[in-house]
Design a protein around this ligand. Structure first.
Ligand code: MGD
Ligand code: MGD
Ligand code: SF4
Ligand code: MO
Length: 730
């Protein structure tokens, strides 16, 4: 056996930690994976999902050939047959129902694939369909919507300058477990602890006492009430005069409207529904103000950051508007220790255009950044309208477990499709009912640069770049996603990129790429090489030879956004009162507040991410998943009142569905809040042998879909803070 050590980076979550991988090059197998101590940012940190990836990589369940389902039986078929049949079925459906009948669904793993989006979008544009769905409407579209409104482009994304801040608040995120999102931050706990060591404060606002809390202070907040906390926070800042008038006048518009809108929200009033005492909010505001006013080079500034827990509520967009406004009016936007705008290899903000909103939906919901609301997918399939979805390609996703699926309605919708194709490593729940499963490469089998974040939008607390060659060879019959899209375009006879010559080139390339002649062609790494060089960076050869652990770029000193062309609004000013967002706040705040008062005694459901599970994707790893099931976590106060004991089975009901799950009593939970780890419930996948033995329960059967359960500004699904009843199972 000849073993070689290769340096790469993990692509399972956005932390993209550096890894050192021992490979048996004769057998093309991973022997060992260790954290890369020399990685310029992760510096020897990696979690178990990265270091135990070999079990997934070499799982006996991995799909290694194109598969076709006939009845309940699966058959291996050739790529030629797969592409030909799928293209023919797409053509038939489009002929019958028009191009919008073909939909696409991309999951979070798709976000780590650099090459796929270009060709995926090119194929769908060539076919004339805009039906691109994705789990982006489960995690983050509210941020893109509000960025578009306030800064002029969805991808104008600020990040907190954690390594220099004196005060940071993390609202609805759990970076120690999640690896953080839309903000590149490996080793988060160490970095939060450093803020404390510098004499600063890090505060976590969360209905659950989270793992990350040990590196700062934790405050409970009732799920889906953050909007009142943030409004009162903004109000207190303004009333206390802790605003930077000079910056506001020079670089922002709408301050007076903002001030007027939050004026009704006092610390006392928010306390009635959030559970955050008024004096605690006041103390946080003074600490924030003191940090904002401090100005020593390494101890300065304050930053608020929010993540999926808030995004998935009913007020995700208004919350993000208030949060960004607080950062802006307090003088922390575009400043060391506050929030910064990075610069990536490509300016995605500019590239994505002004707002990135396309309204092609009859219900008026926006498709932020071109993404359709996943919470409308069942409706879009099951309705009778001529443009309904009858065919779908799902790439790197498992929406049946990940998305709202009220009592199994999404299963019903998917089962009714005329054509369902899953592009995946495994035959997951979607794959099990698909007509075709197409086998994709794993991240270890492709060359890559970290996608959108640090390379493109540049939202990295430490700016750097890294490039990694493939660690393993892909199995012979496995293909990259981009290749599948180009082959489909070829079979369907459509022109990619609107340019005949370019399209022909791509098609000829794809025809040849996996034949014996293919090895004479330049690979996809050539494209990555070009991107790096275009941005004035070293090419991939130099990166691999001289900077395998990453190359640090100059630190972001701030003062490079306000007053520059990087503000993409028409007047080049930050809009503190975007009309649609302010209108949504006007329409909802008082109503939601009254509802909260009425519902104070009721229990709300939230989710949990677990360190050993990446959404549904790790469930098939015997190296990670030992538990047979997930649990409903409940406070002892609630358990006692309801009459539940540890381990007992409970029936959990919402207005949308019902599940049965064992409970665990814990002091982590805020009373009147129950948490269930999401993305379990593998009772139906016939291709996941380990997961089938460790199925657990799908909490998203309790989430609602349709217009009532989708946030109108962004298309985000309401997945957190769902009202439930829980009682002993009978
Ligand atoms: N180990 C692991 N890592 C992952 C994933 C995974 O499944 N497992 N998934 C990846 C993906 S796809 C994403 S998008 C990122 C997400 O990254 P994060 O946003 O950091 O994800 P979570 O850990 O779910 O953190 C959400 C937090 O919000 C809290 N919360 C819920 N509702 C509310 C609320 O109404 N208000 C407030 N203030 N808090 C609330 C929850 O208790 C939870 O701690 O993580 C990624 N990383
Ligand atoms: N209640 C509740 N529900 C939630 C959440 C929550 O917080 N609460 N979080 C939501 C969020 S943020 C998200 S992003 C979704 C997650 O949902 P998804 O984004 O759908 O993620 P997974 O379910 O893990 O599915 C990923 C699939 O991609 C496959 N895969 C992995 N790598 C590759 C690859 O390189 N190529 C291809 N083609 N396939 C690959 C895996 O095998 C797996 O089947 O869940 C959402 N659901
Ligand atoms: S935190 Fe874990 S899963 Fe995320 S990139 Fe690092 S090693 Fe991979
Ligand atoms: Mo996500």
């Amino acid at each position: 056996m000849s073993v070689e050590t290769k340096i790469t980076f993990c692509r399972i979550c956005e932390a993209t930690c550096g890894l050192e991988v021992d490979v048996d090059t004769d057998a093309n197998r991973v022997v060992d994976i260790r954290p890369d101590k020399e990685h310029v940012v992760s510096k020897g940190y990696a979690c178990v999902k990265g270091t135990r990836w070999a079990a997934t990589q070499h799982s006996p369940d991995r799909v290694l050939h194109p598969m076709k389902r006939i009845g309940k039986e699966w058959h291996e078929i050739s790529w030629d047959q797969a592409i030909k049949e799928i293209a023919a079925k797409i053509a038939t459906q489009i002929e019958k129902h028009g191009p919008s009948t073909l939909a696409h669904f991309v999951g979070s793993a798709g976000g780590a694939i650099l090459m796929s989006p270009m060709f995926r979008v090119a194929l769908y544009e060539a076919l004339g369909t805009r039906r691109m769905y994705g789990t982006g409407t489960c995690d983050t579209m509210n941020k893109f919507r509000v960025n578009g409104e306030m800064y002029g482009a969805p991808m104008r994304l600020m990040y907190p300058d954690v390594d220099r801040t004196s005060f940071m608040m993390v609202i609805g995120g759990n970076p120690a477990v999640s690896g953080n999102t839309l903000y590149h931050l490996p080793r988060s706990q160490e970095r939060f602890a450093d803020v404390k060591k510098r004499g600063g404060r890090v505060v976590f606002l969360n209905p659950r006492k989270i793992e990350t809390a040990s590196s700062g202070e934790h405050i409970f907040i009732r799920p889906d009430t953050d909007v009142f906390f943030l409004a009162a926070f903004a109000n207190e800042l303004i009333r206390g005069g802790h605003v930077d008038r000079n910056r506001i006048e020079r670089h922002m518009v709408g301050f007076d409207v903002l001030a007027e809108k939050v004026a009704a929200w006092t610390p006392e009033r928010q306390a009635e529904v959030t559970g955050v005492p008024a004096e605690i909010l006041r103390d946080l505001v003074s600490a924030h103000a003191a940090a904002s006013e401090r100005s020593t080079p390494n101890d300065t500034g304050a930053a608020l950051y929010m993540a999926t827990g808030v995004n998935q509520g009913r007020s995700g967009s208004t919350c993000f508007w208030l949060l960004e406004s607080i950062n802006a009016i307090s003088g922390n936007l575009d400043r060391r220790g506050g929030t910064l705008l990075g610069s990536g290899l490509i300016d995605m903000g500019e590239a994505m255009g002004e707002l990135g909103l396309t309204y092609d939906r009859e219900d008026g919901l926006p498709t932020v950044s071109g993404i359709q609301p996943s919470g409308m997918l069942a409706d879009d399939i099951l309705n009778d309208a001529p443009g309904r979805v009858t065919a779908m390609i799902v790439e790197a996703s498992n929406p049946l477990l990940a998305c709202s699926n009220p009592n199994g309605r999404l299963d019903e919708a998917f089962e009714s499709l005329e054509l369902l194709v899953s592009i995946d490593l495994f035959r997951n729940e979607v794959g099990s009912i698909a007509h075709y499963v197409l086998p994709a490469e794993t991240w270890m089998e492709r060359p890559e640069m970290p996608y959108a974040l640090q390379s493109f939008a540049g939202a990295s607390a430490t700016p750097y770049i890294i490039y990694a060659d493939p660690v393993l060879e892909a199995p012979a019959d496995v293909r990259p996603e981009w290749w599948m899209y180009v082959r489909l375009a070829d079979a369907l006879g459509v022109t990619l990129f609107g340019k005949k010559s370019l399209s022909m080139l791509a098609k000829i390339y794809a025809r040849v790429a996996f034949t014996r002649l293919g090895r004479f062609l330049p690979g996809p790494e050539k494209l990555l090489d070009g991107m790096l060089k275009n941005a004035g960076m070293p090419g991939i050869k130099t990166m691999s030879r001289d900077h395998p652990h990453g190359l640090l770029l100059p630190e972001n000193e701030g003062n490079n956004f306000l007053g520059t062309d990087r503000v993409l609004t028409k007047d080049k000013k930050v809009n503190l009162a975007p009309a649609p967002v302010v209108a949504a706040f006007d329409e909802t705040a008082e109503d939601f507040f009254s509802e909260e008062i009425e519902q104070r005694e009721r229990i709300k459901l939230i989710g949990i991410r677990q360190i050993k599970r990446m959404n549904t994707a790790s469930s098939n790893s015997e190296a990670l998943v030992r538990e047979k099931t997930n649990y409903a976590y409940i406070s002892s106060e609630d358990a006692e009142r309801i009459g539940l004991t540890n381990g007992q089975l409970a029936d959990v009901r919402s207005e949308h569905g019902e599940i049965r799950i064992p409970v665990r009593i814990t002091n982590e939970m805020m009373p009147r809040t129950v948490a269930i780890p999401q993305c379990w419930g593998h009772s139906k996948a016939d291709g996941l042998s380990h997961a089938a033995q460790h199925p657990g329960v799908n909490s998203n059967l309790l989430a609602g879909d349709g217009l009532q359960n989708v946030e109108p500004l962004s298309g985000m699904s309401h997945l957190s803070g769902i009202l439930i009843d829980i009682r002993p199972a009978v």
